[in-house]
Write a protein of this length. Structure first.
Length: 111
């Protein structure tokens, strides 16, 4: 029963992770080609909202906190279907991509 609950959390967590990949990479693509539209601002809002959620939960995804009830694994990917290295550095990688996109956006807006 506990494995089924953990599996459900892992599936949901992975789907949300995929969604935010689309958001961040669309943002990066849009600012590179200088297609600054409403979707760029929606993407920024979604990422900032995700950041606020992480801050509120002391830099843990709420789904990680839920998954912890069903596993005592010490692996970084115990709660998501990602390679362990990616789960470990996920926040650093995607925050860096987001910051690059914001820098490009600012550049596009001022030129």
């Amino acid at each position: 029963m506990e494995e089924n609950k953990l599996l459900i959390v892992k599936i949901i967590h992975t789907i949300i992770w995929l969604f935010f990949n689309v958001v961040i990479f669309y943002l990066l693509y849009a600012v590179i080609i200088n297609k600054i539209d409403i979707w760029v601002w929606i993407c920024i809002g979604l990422v900032l909202l995700e950041g606020l959620v992480l801050l509120f939960f002391k830099m843990f995804c709420p789904l990680t906190i839920i998954a912890r009830k069903y596993s005592d694994s010490t692996k970084d990917n115990f709660d998501i279907f990602l390679p362990n290295w990616l789960a470990k550095y996920n926040k650093l990688i995607y925050t860096s991509i987001f910051v690059v996109a914001i820098v490009i956006l600012i550049y596009q807006l001022i030129i």
